[in-house]
Ligand binder design. Structure first.
Ligand SMILES: C[S@@+](CC[C@H](N)C(=O)[O-])C[C@H]1O[C@@H](n2cnc3c(N)ncnc32)[C@H](O)[C@@H]1O
Length: 401
């Protein structure tokens, strides 16, 4: 690991970690604030701080153990030192690192490796949940999800095409390579902040994990159809559906939060997606008029997010059994409620970004046993370790005439 020696970088790092660990801020937002405050940092400085912060969030529990609970004592310098020592890095020659006992840290770290939940930096409760549902596979998946996620983009075919986007980005020395088996997915070769590019502002692409890009094609939409995106959030899937439908037909993007739908509208405008209409679901009554009116219903259900821990490592310490129980009830209700919107012979797709069978195949099995008018057409579980991308589950069902 390359370790930069400048004192101010560590001060910024500590401020960022405090706001993440103590105030519960999102890592990207906390980093953004730190960078705004330190405008003189160059790209190498920013890259170093960002990578350290993301890694330390990912390995928080392991580092805390190796540093003899530095975090609990709010000894952030010791916490950072432990991370550097664990990675065989050279501690910078700074006053705050002078008293660090590297041998002690290494000894603690060896001990940490013998306790699975600490080794994989996850809460005991969540470790147990995964093990109960996935057995030995859980460790393999945890190992995969403790890696940094690749940056993947989806070319927005409503605005541009592969050739044009590639050429424009290359002009700025940004290289992307095509991912086989994913029609519009490209992976970023070197780290870059793509959100700052002119091409992003023009709506030429969206950042979207490769497996997530398999959801909209799974819905089998066609131009001119009427489609409900029942849990649309900020619209990742709605935008992709609009592109596949070539802006023809009608997508109703629903959510229980207006602020998410506002963000969706903003993104749709940028992406040139004109066939999306948003609908706030503030009571199930508003859904009555939509009964049996859609050719396709996509339910991208709220879930534990256990397939996307790479992007959201903080969840490893926050998710618990009570959250899982609550989410299971919500998913069941959402399936009941929104499946009513489907026309006979239409297609209903249930999706989560979790890898737990209880949120996935078991939910679908229960739904099908209560609804003999539906039949299962296809089911896919995408595991992070096998695919190299985020974990997803999708089930395709149809309703008899
Ligand atoms: C997995 S996220 C959706 C992500 C989104 N489809 C995307 O591709 O960006 C689940 C969404 O379901 C919404 N939600 C939760 N309960 C809901 C309900 N009863 N009806 C509609 N949406 C709901 C949440 O607000 C959240 O935005």
């Amino acid at each position: 690991m390359e370790v930069l020696p400048y004192h101010n970088l560590y001060v910024g790092m500590i401020e960022t970690l405090e706001s993440i660990f103590e105030k519960g801020d999102y890592s990207d937002k906390a980093l953004e604030r730190t960078f705004k405050k330190n405008r003189l940092w160059g790209s190498r400085d920013r890259g170093f701080v960002a990578e350290m912060v993301y890694d330390m969030v990912r390995w928080k529990r392991t580092i805390d153990f190796a540093s003899a609970n530095a975090l609990r004592k709010r000894h952030y310098w010791d916490f950072i030192a432990a991370w550097i020592v664990m990675n065989d890095g050279r501690l910078p020659d700074l006053e705050e690192f002078k008293k660090v006992k590297a041998q002690k840290i290494k000894g603690n770290y060896l001990q940490a490796l013998r306790i699975p939940a600490i080794k994989h930096s996850i809460s005991d409760e969540l470790f147990e949940i995964g093990q109960n549902e996935l057995g030995d596979q859980w460790i393999t998946e945890l190992e995969a999800m403790n890696q940094a996620a690749p940056a993947v983009l989806r070319v927005n075919t409503l605005r541009t095409n592969e050739k044009e986007l590639k050429a424009e980005l290359l002009d700025k020395e940004i290289r992307i390579t095509k991912l086989k088996r994913f029609p519009d997915a490209y992976v970023l070769v070197e780290k870059e902040n793509l959100f700052l590019t002119e091409e992003f502002k023009k709506g030429y692409f969206e950042m979207q994990d490769a497996n997530s890009q398999l959801v909209a094609p799974f819905v089998e939409v066609e131009p001119g159809m009427r489609v409900a995106d029942a849990c649309a959030g900020a619209g990742g899937k709605s935008l992709h559906l609009a592109a596949l439908m070539e802006n023809k037909g009608n997508i109703v993007s629903m959510d229980i939060h207006q602020w998410k739908l506002n963000e969706l509208k903003r993104r749709a405008k940028r992406a040139g997606a004109h066939n999306i209409q948003t609908k706030l679901i503030d009571s199930t009554k508003v859904l009555k008029r939509f009964n049996k009116s859609f050719d396709r219903v996509l339910i991208d259900a709220p879930c534990t997010g256990l397939g996307v821990l790479r992007r959201n490592p903080d969840a490893k310490y926050k998710l618990d059994k009570a959250t899982l129980e609550r989410v299971l009830v919500e998913q069941k209700e959402i399936l009941e409620t929104y499946s009513k919107l489907l026309k006979p012979e239409g297609i209903l797709v249930y999706v989560t970004c979790s890898i737990l069978p209880s949120e996935n195949s078991e939910q679908v099995k229960t739904f099908l046993s209560n609804h003999p008018e539906f039949t299962l057409l296809e089911e896919k579980t995408l595991m992070p370790a096998e695919t190299g991308f985020d974990g997803f589950y999708m089930a395709k069902m149809t309703k008899k005439a």
